[in-house]
Design a protein. Structure first.
Length: 202
């Protein structure tokens, strides 16, 4: 965060700043997000950067550890779990979804599901980003998303590897599709605001 003089902030007359910070006191000082440092400084304003402590850096890093671990699990094990090779099958691994190029004769089921999940993710990214930017919670624009998305993210990651029927079934494929979409929505709701915290820390 940046400590600025509110009189200078008014005098800079930057439309973006006036829009975001309308209603601030006309005298004294104000803490504003670090992402607006460039605009304020360019207009000639004087500001003091808030010191970023080591504890806060570690707290921010800890927030990444959780979602990064879940992302690695999905990336490394999803295809192996649902599209096992002959060796794994011969050793007793259960096949939960139909195998082979069964989607239009081009894709495997797991390939189609992961591809659709990524397309879905491309649409939800800007949507979540917009909601986060316009959030007016007393806890800030980012923290509420991190709080509410963390549990669904953990739960959907677990359920991705759970099938309602313990044998090969299209119902398992449908359930997997729903859980993969839930996973991508949850990780977007967490990661997008989380990464947006970076310029607001200092």
């Amino acid at each position: 965060m940046i400590k600025v003089n509110t009189e200078e902030l008014i005098n800079t007359a930057i439309p973006l700043m006036v829009f975001i910070f309308k209603g601030f006191p006309k005298t004294g000082t104000l803490w504003i997000p670090g992402e607006y440092y460039h605009y304020y400084k360019k207009a000639g304003g004087k500001c003091v950067m808030k010191k970023l402590t080591t504890a806060k850096i570690w707290q921010f890093a800890a927030g990444q550890f959780g979602w990064a671990m879940l992302s690695v699990i999905i990336s490394n094990w999803l295809v192996y779990f649902y599209q096992p090779d002959e060796t794994a099958i011969s050793q007793g691994q259960t096949v939960f979804i139909p195998q082979g190029l069964v989607v239009l004769g081009i894709f495997t089921i797991i390939g189609g599901i992961t591809a659709f999940g990524r397309i879905f993710d491309a649409f939800t990214d800007p949507m979540i980003a917009s909601w986060s930017d316009r959030c007016t919670s007393k806890n800030g624009r980012r923290i509420p998303f991190l709080k509410w998305a963390s549990l669904p993210l953990a739960l959907s990651t677990v359920l991705v590897f759970w099938s309602p029927i313990n044998e090969k079934s299209w119902l398992n494929a449908a359930f997997l599709l729903v859980m993969v979409l839930a996973y991508y929505l949850s990780i977007t709701a967490y990661c997008t605001p989380y990464n947006a915290l970076i310029p607001e820390l200092g």
